[in-house]
Design a protein around this ligand. Structure first.
Ligand SMILES: [Zn+2]
Length: 380
């Protein structure tokens, strides 16, 4: 089939390059939910709301129309530029198991382009272990001891499976940001983190035979916390507070920061329309974490969760909910412990445990209570 004919309706710019690959078994747009070893496919929303995409492959390229699984292109072209108004139906780009670049991000697996309300949503469909290769270096220091990398691999895999099973409706399972866990594709992969993924292939944590919601964070500051104190509505039995004596070497074990009244006012005005001059700020605590913040101002009172208050500011400002505050004429002097939400595995604590010779499964059982560590083979 002539390229011009096939792509007339797309009006894409195609640059023909010389082929010459020996294709290993190609990827398929599998969306099955079978649980098992790391051959399961996962769909990651990599980029959202784009007006233009550039797909570059390193070998032959096949383009499928996903709605009817029709091949609309199969040939030597290596570069495709598409605009939002050219994508009417979801398309999939495959390159026979070779690396694909999408707007400069290198990934394994295949790329799907989904038109949603006039914008292009880019989804990377790839095998679980390939996804985890790109998650680990984005979420933990690849130079850390092997057992902590393995603990992180199991936590990240479990977290991914939890969402893979939970999500039935959309064209992706997780996004690539800290809304879920950060995934940066192939370019960040390291030998040590890939090895940790392979060494724990298929291993996940379960509670009542289901993958757990395996939250993790940088530094708990001496004590992890129950999920119910951070996010409303959840109270998972395996996410309970643990005294952690292991993260004292973290650079964020203790910190202090000043938050001016002006900074607080500015942050509040982005969320609330009629904020007046701030008169008083009261903090409510549970389990040493700030769970409620009450702000009295000239036009009324604002009550919000500690977590919502924390997330109004830059991540480096209020590093955790484990803090006390002293009011000054200028604002608040905040003294705190740890970095992150404080729920589940404390990475700096896990690192110390690994340095003391503990295995990854023991590290995980310390931070997640009542769980089992297993290779899960049940079908959904
Ligand atoms: Zn800790």
């Amino acid at each position: 089939m002539a390229i011009v004919h096939v792509f007339r309706w797309l009006m894409v710019i195609i640059i023909i390059a010389i082929a010459g690959c020996v294709p290993p078994p190609e990827y398929m747009a599998k969306t099955g939910k079978r649980i098992g070893l790391d051959n399961d496919y996962i769909k990651i929303l990599l980029l959202r709301d784009l007006l233009k995409v550039e797909v570059v492959t390193t070998a032959k390229t096949k383009v499928l129309q996903l709605a009817n699984n029709t091949i609309v292109y199969n040939g030597d072209a290596r570069r495709f530029v598409l605009f939002n108004n050219q994508i009417i139906q979801p398309l999939q780009f495959e390159s026979w198991n070779n690396e694909i670049q999408i707007n400069g991000i290198s990934v394994r697996g295949v790329i799907q382009l989904h038109p949603v309300i006039g914008k292009i949503q880019v989804v990377n469909v790839l095998k679980m272990h390939e996804y985890l290769y790109g998650v680990l270096p984005s979420e933990i220091m690849s130079g850390w001891p092997e057992e902590v990398l393995k603990a992180q691999a199991v936590a990240a895999r479990t977290y991914a499976y939890y969402h893979l099973i939970k999500n039935n409706s959309t064209y992706f399972d997780l996004d690539a940001t800290s809304n879920f866990q950060v995934y940066k594709g192939k370019a960040v992969e390291t030998e040590a983190t890939n090895k940790a993924v392979d060494a724990t292939s298929g291993i996940i944590m379960t509670y009542n035979n289901k993958p757990i919601l395996a939250y993790f964070h940088s530094t708990c500051g001496g004590k992890t916390t129950d999920d119910k104190y951070v996010w409303h509505g959840e109270d998972l039995p395996y996410l309970t507070s643990v005294v952690c004596p292991y993260c004292k070497n973290s650079p964020n074990y203790s910190w202090q920061v000043e938050l001016t009244l002006n900074e607080i006012y500015e942050a509040l005005t982005k969320r609330y329309k009629t904020v007046g001059k701030i008169k008083a700020i009261t903090l409510g605590r549970e389990d040493a974490r700030v769970t409620v913040v009450k702000i009295e101002h000239d036009n009324g009172i604002i009550r919000m969760s500690g977590n919502d208050f924390r997330l109004m500011f830059d991540a480096k400002k209020i590093k955790s909910l484990y803090f006390v505050a002293k009011q000054t004429p200028n604002g608040l002097i905040i003294t705190g412990h740890g970095w992150g939400h404080g729920v589940g595995m404390c990475q700096w604590g896990a690192k110390e445990m690994a340095q003391q010779g503990m295995r990854f499964d023991r590290i995980l059982m310390f931070y997640y209570k009542g769980i089992r560590i297993m290779t899960y083979t049940m079908q959904k």
